[in-house]
Design a protein around this ligand. Sequence first.
Ligand SMILES: *[C@@H]1O[C@H](CO)[C@@H](O)[C@H](O)[C@H]1NC(C)=O
Ligand SMILES: *[C@@H]1O[C@H](CO)[C@@H](O)[C@H](O)[C@H]1NC(C)=O
Ligand SMILES: *[C@@H]1O[C@H](CO)[C@@H](O)[C@H](O)[C@H]1NC(C)=O
Length: 306
Amino acid sequence: MYGYAALVCLAAVLFWLDPILQLVAPSMLEAPVLRKTPRPAINEALLALESAEDRTLTCPDDEYTVHIFNKAPLVLYVENFLSLAERKHLIEISTPIYEASTVTHDGGGSVERNTTIRDSEVAVVPRTDVVRCIEARARRLQGWRDDMWIERLRVQRYHAPSGHYSYHYDWSRSGAATGGWGRVSSLMVFVDDGEIDESEGGGMAAPLQGGGTAFPRLPRRSSDARWCKFIRCGDNESQSGADADDVQANSSTGVVFEPVVGNAVFWENFRPDGTGRAYEETWHAGLRVLEGVKVGLNIWSWGRVD
Ligand SMILES: *[C@@H]1O[C@H](CO)[C@@H](O)[C@H](O)[C@H]1NC(C)=O
Ligand SMILES: *[C@@H]1O[C@H](CO)[C@@H](O)[C@H](O)[C@H]1NC(C)=O
Ligand SMILES: *[C@@H]1O[C@H](CO)[C@@H](O)[C@H](O)[C@H]1NC(C)=O
């Protein structure tokens, strides 16, 4: 009888202790809660702000199909994000304005070119109607989230034999360090494998080899062979395996997304738990282009980290 009473007592204490601890010392139970600050001044030249006209622009219907790759971080594989006409348009407007890509060290402060880290060319594309429709598609995919803005679209071109972007995060500082603002999500689209942009070899572009995007820390939930159209599976000569030794093709951790044109990978950069912590699983690299040329499109979203 006493034993039973003691158990009930213990259960009651445990039941009450948790909310009390939450109240007086939440840090004993979880990571500190992010202190939210007002939105910092933003450089509007770097953002693709949605105008009233953008909302009435006539755009083609979305034709993509989404497959959930992972839940936390949320990673989506998006098939047919861009149409052939949109891909051609992006190549056309980027080609005259490419510049050497740079790397940033402190979240935007210092910019430098270092081809050991990143060897590509970038074009911040003009906001034509086609581009505005792509921006609108990226907002729609993300459910028109509050306090989130699409950054100006960047087309990146990588040439063999050295084009690559070594391992990095798309965010530079934790949400806690920025007062709760940062690059909240990334949408990386494969635009071309040399079929449109024939800048390699005067109209006779070598077929693209290499140039996958590797995420060595990302959990892999499915071993279904239907993923093999999009990711590296086993030893596949026609895929870019050779250059990503740190990603085991059939392990449950790590993946290489192959550059399948028109398709995209979307991921969330920060945890939604109010701590401002980023996901280490989003660490990734643009693998070396072994042959040919690869063109990609970055659609980053900036906003409140939560
Ligand atoms: C470029 O980056 C590499 C790797 O981080 C580093 O070793 C090298 O010193 C850098 N080069 C320059 C010029 O900063
Ligand atoms: C090998 O790669 C090709 C081209 O990316 C793909 O079509 C095929 O499904 C892959 N096969 C296997 C077994 O992974
Ligand atoms: C890896 O998994 C894929 C899909 O399940 C399969 O087709 C392939 O043969 C496997 N490769 C190895 C080396 O086990």
